[in-house]
Design a protein around this ligand. Structure first.
Ligand SMILES: CN(C)C(=N)NCCC[C@H](N)C(=O)O
Length: 282
């Protein structure tokens, strides 16, 4: 048996303790269709979704993360995808304004939680789905548009955080949030600090990614199809979909430590590891 080893040139990876917000999927089901992954006519198993989610929760605790919890609300089955609840940086929570009516009540629910937890809350003007479309790499916010978040929300980000915001346009409906097609591996923002799926982006966005991240991991269609990129990294440990085997191999080669988890039931709603995870940065 051949075990993949870190390349001898792979850098020593350093973990930074993360604080994240999660929502137990006690009300999870698929009762409407707002993305191509969702099939309301097919059965779902809420207790299996909860058990799978518990494995992710336990993994984060094992890795020493601080995990905070928001209560899911009846009638909001997608609330488990906490990444969409807002974007939190510098102690400021920019609230989400969901595109589809089915998810719109989640926005105020998450903003109430942010306020109660001591964050300065900024009410959104433009449609945006939080960290599903906004990802921090180094000091720069990479912001997706094309399916869910309006480009106008990127201007709001610029005004609120005073940082560089780079717009990336998504073109494949199966990869409708930025965090389905782009993963942050190392918050240093270096040449190889991300992974992405090239076919998910328009030509201009792809050129930006190639220029800024020439050593990025490019994932296979097979790994992307199990939402392998929808992963969460602390700089060393990368929690990924257990079925994303080539991505796992590439991470090991680069000196990262991948941890596979099975969230197949939550995939029925169109989300994976990252979708269930909202980073809280004070
Ligand atoms: C990576 N993704 C996609 C997320 N950040 N969120 C998952 C949202 C799923 C929900 N049914 C929806 O379609 O909005």
């Amino acid at each position: 048996m051949t075990l993949t080893q870190p390349a001898s040139s792979a850098p020593e990876r350093v973990a930074t303790r993360r604080t994240v917000l999660m929502c137990r999927p006690s009300h999870f089901t698929v009762s409407y269709r707002i993305n191509p992954w969702m099939h309301p006519e097919a059965p779902t198993d809420t207790s299996l979704a909860v058990r799978q989610w518990e494995t992710l929760y336990a993994k984060y605790l094992e890795l020493g993360f601080e995990v905070q919890l928001i209560d899911g609300l009846p009638g909001l089955p997608d609330m488990v995808y906490a990444a969409n609840g807002g974007f939190v940086l510098d102690g400021i929570a920019y609230g989400a304004k969901f595109q589809y009516p089915e998810r719109q009540p989640e926005g105020p629910a998450y903003m109430d939680w942010f306020g109660a937890d001591g964050f300065e809350v900024r009410e959104p003007v433009s449609t945006n789905e939080g960290e599903g479309d906004f990802l921090l790499v180094g000091e720069t916010i990479y912001a997706g548009t094309g399916f869910r978040s309006d480009a106008a929300s990127h201007d709001e980000l610029r005004r609120i955080y005073g940082r560089e915001v780079v717009t990336l346009t998504l073109v494949d409906p199966s990869f409708y949030h930025l965090d389905t097609a782009f993963a942050v591996l190392d918050s240093d923002g270096g040449r190889g600090s991300v992974a992405y799926l090239p076919k998910a982006f328009d030509a201009a966005s792809l050129a930006i990614l190639q220029e800024r991240f020439p050593d990025a991991i490019l994932v296979t269609d097979e790994d992307a199809a199990v939402l392998g990129l929808n992963s969460f990294s602390d700089g060393r440990n990368v929690i990924i979909a257990a079925r994303a085997k080539d991505f796992e191999r590439q991470l090991i080669e680069r000196g990262f430590t991948p941890h596979g988890v099975d969230l197949s039931e939550l995939l029925l709603g169109g989300g994976g590891v990252k979708c269930c995870t909202l980073e809280l940065r004070r």
